[in-house]
Design a protein around this ligand. Structure first.
Ligand code: G3P
Length: 221
């Protein structure tokens, strides 16, 4: 399962990428806006930090505008993936870009049939937003189950299910159970996944015993 970071925070990306656990990064206009810096500059920095696909989202809502912006974003680095919204115009842009060999992440997916359209349009990734569905009382992970099942029936598309809008560690666990290809998560979720109180208390007990017995590991001669 691939782990992407859902952030434009350079310091967080640098710190977490050092673990070797980060396979890619997703950004969106809201995340880019939070940095207060030019979007192209941030994307370039992220592309230099993480090898995997870095999703950069278009702002235009018409196909021609999306394709114009995609050209600018693609020129930043070879690992840029173009993020387009799941709309009529977004699907048309997806087809054009996919035919040119560009990785496209079709975002703002909220239904299984929308995901099927993204796959048929040649998307490398489709991003169903589980948290935003949960927020309105729908079943976010139920959507993932449906899409994984449908994509399993049509392996020829090769579109990866990218679980987006993750809110907590349980979303990661459920996504893994359902064999989703990728989950993108805010840095805080990845940090939370590492933690367990029994790990912390276990370390404390080991160190206490080692200190009592005067254990040490001397440097190599
Ligand atoms: O990047 C898309 C998605 O992950 C946004 O998440 O938390 O704004 O619903 P959120």
């Amino acid at each position: 399962m691939k782990f992407f970071l859902d952030t434009a925070d350079i310091a967080e990306i640098r710190d977490l990428a050092a673990t070797g656990l980060v396979d890619g990064v997703t950004t969106n206009p809201s995340l880019a806006a939070k940095t207060g810096r030019p979007m192209t500059e941030i994307i370039a920095e992220i592309c230099a930090l993480v090898e995997g696909p870095i999703s950069a989202e278009v702002l235009a809502t018409d196909t021609a505008g999306m394709l114009r912006e995609a050209e600018v974003l693609r020129a930043i680095a070879p690992n840029v993936a173009i993020k387009v919204p799941l709309t009529f115009d977004g699907l048309k842009a997806c087809r054009v870009l996919a035919d040119e060999g560009v990785k496209v992440n079709v975002t703002l997916c909220f239904s299984p049939v929308q995901a099927l359209l993204a796959a048929k349009a040649g998307a490398a990734f489709v991003s169903p937003f589980v948290g935003r569905l949960d927020d309105i009382g729908h079943d976010g992970m139920g959507l993932i189950a449906d899409i994984v099942e449908i994509f399993h029936n049509y392996p020829q598309y090769g579109t990866e299910v990218l679980v987006a809008s993750a809110r907590h560690v349980h979303h990661v666990l459920e996504a893994a159970r359902l064999a989703a290809d990728v989950i993108t998560m805010p840095p805080a979720i990845l940090r939370q996944m590492i933690k367990h109180p029994l790990t912390d208390s276990g370390i404390a007990a080991f160190l206490k015993d080692a200190e009592k017995a005067g254990l040490s590991i001397p440097p190599r001669a």
